[in-house]
Write a protein that binds this ligand. Structure first.
Ligand code: NAD
Length: 482
């Protein structure tokens, strides 16, 4: 039986939680009295389905079942995780928490998405205060991994640990905030920047677009991978952090910023900001902006995946927990994944280079199967590609699932010749890739024999696969008549 998450309040944030749990194989129940809730949640889900699986090079678990309920009692029953995501009003949150706890299992986690309230404020007069914890996510919840996890002094360690374990299992990064504080950590930082932005507009120094440019062309790119302090460490040069602080610390006393002063949010200032924002982005609908944001986030997070920095490290860890189907048609399945948006081109289908990328992932997975894995490579040995031939047989669109089987054609001495077949979900073969790999000594940078253990495993597959007929299309070269 699947785990069950219950989401109370299915707006911007609740909808994101629905998608995060559902696409990670949880069943999800929702309670939201808004008659438009179902449509809104389905729109968030549509965005999530086209972006979240694109972060991974393995297929996510089968989607769970989504149910919308007419009352809290039905939604909450038997849920392992309950996420309160109603509007940011304390009296409303108290009322909802009371209703939830009448029906919740005692050992379920009751997380609140609150941006600003402390857990002790939410726990006041609750039936079971120990169950309540702040789990503050970031929009879009289905893509951004951070969740600020804030317990109060009465929250038991077991609840914190269970919450961490569940959040990690759905690909998130729980940041345990040791001491409760209004607005946790991230919103405090964001508010400081936002306040400065408002002053810059009010004082007619910059427009909304110019402020956004100042962020996205410069420090925004640094923040996504290193945050604030690691970036400043580098800014101090070889002399490091101490030098940086002695150089720029005095500016804090001048000061450059407006600190906690807030400009009056008069109608005229609000209109000015709204008009500038319309001029900047009004040509795109909110859905179009969301999809642009998501495609860019996926692209950036996939880049971070290569180095394992920031959010990329979280995706890599989560990916190791995703299970591959074992065998199909007596051949190992070496890839099972969704085709990301970023793999498609102006023809509206998967670009030719990405058939090679998928095949290269199949080769990597097969290398792991025979023990030529990360440890083996770290010990100084690997395989290099000497030649590859791809046949493009059918189109594949973004969002489709593909799987690859791998047949060993040759596995002797330094040579390993593989034949990858790429299949669409309907079972049609969409491409084949024949590749000749040579075993290498990475120190000497020349070919060498594999270790006895790797040779033995490769031999096992080579022998088993030699009993199958030679695949149609193997040995083809460009220009050859079929
Ligand atoms: P929202 O207005 O988009 O969604 C709130 C939802 O709650 C609506 O769909 C509404 O119909 C529903 N609701 C209202 N009364 C309800 C009730 N009695 N029972 C069940 N559902 C009810 O708001 P949001 O932006 O999703 O914010 C929700 C929470 O998440 C807030 O606490 C907010 O501080 C927090 N949060 C928001 C963001 C953000 O960027 N928007 C980010 C992190 C956290």
């Amino acid at each position: 039986m699947n785990n069950k998450a219950c989401i109370v309040g299915g707006g911007v944030i609740g909808g994101g939680w629905v998608a995060r749990f559902l696409l990670n194989g949880w069943d999800v129940s929702v309670y939201d009295p808004d008659p438009e809730a179902e449509r809104k949640i389905n729109e968030v889900l549509e965005n999530a389905r086209r972006s979240l699986p694109s972060l991974y090079d393995k297929v996510l678990p089968t989607e769970g079942e989504l149910k919308l309920h007419e009352n809290i009692a039905d939604a909450v029953v038997n849920a392992n995780w309950i996420q309160e995501s109603v509007p940011e009003r304390l009296e409303l949150k108290h009322k909802i928490i009371k209703q939830i706890q009448q029906y919740a299992n005692e050992d379920s986690v009751l997380g609140s998405s609150t941006s600003g309230f402390k857990p002790s404020e939410l726990q006041k007069n609750a039936l079971n205060p120990q169950q309540i914890i702040v789990t503050h996510p970031f929009n879009p919840v289905y893509l951004l991994p951070l969740v600020e996890l804030v317990p109060s002094v009465v929250t038991p360690v077991t609840v914190v640990d269970r919450a961490k374990e569940i959040l990690i299992s759905i690909g998130m990064k729980p940041l345990h905030i040791r001491k409760e504080i209004d607005a946790h950590i991230a919103d405090r930082l964001l508010e400081a920047v936002w306040r400065e932005g408002l002053w810059l507009i009010k004082d007619e120094i910059a427009t909304t677009e110019e402020i956004d440019d100042a962020i996205r062309f410069g420090f925004g790119l640094r923040w996504a991978q290193m945050g604030l302090f690691e970036t400043y460490r580098i800014a101090g040069g070889e002399a490091g952090m101490k030098h940086f602080i002695s150089q720029f610390g005095p500016c804090l006393e001048w000061p450059w910023s407006k600190l906690t002063d807030v400009p009056d949010l008069t109608d005229s200032l609000i209109n000015e900001i709204a008009e500038q924002s319309d001029a900047q982005s009004g040509h795109l609908s909110i859905r179009e902006l969301e999809q642009l944001r998501d495609d860019n986030l996926v692209g950036m997070m996939r880049a971070l995946k290569k180095s394992g920095s920031g959010a990329g490290g979280i995706i890599n860890c989560h990916e190791t927990t995703l299970r591959m189907p074992v065998e199909e048609k007596q051949l190992p399945i070496t890839v099972s994944r969704q085709v990301p948006q970023s793999w498609t081109d102006y023809n509206g289908h998967m670009n030719e280079t990405n058939y090679l990328e998928a095949s290269s992932q199949a080769t990597d997975a097969f290398m792991e199967l025979i023990g030529a894995d990360a440890n083996y490579i770290a010990s100084g040995y690997s395989y290099f590609t000497a030649e590859t031939h791809i046949r493009y047989l059918a189109e594949v669109k973004a969002g489709e699932n593909i799987s690859i089987t791998t047949q060993v054609l040759t596995g002797e001495g330094k040579k390993m010749k593989l034949f990858h077949r790429i299949f669409a979900t309907n079972g049609d073969m969409v491409a084949t890739c024949e590749t000749l790999q040579l075993h290498m000594d990475l120190k000497a940078r020349c070919t060498s024999l594999p270790s006895a253990a790797v040779a033995e495993k490769l031999n096992f597959y080579a022998k088993a696969h030699s009993e199958m007929s030679s695949p149609e299309g193997s040995g083809r070269y460009v220009g050859q008549r079929p």
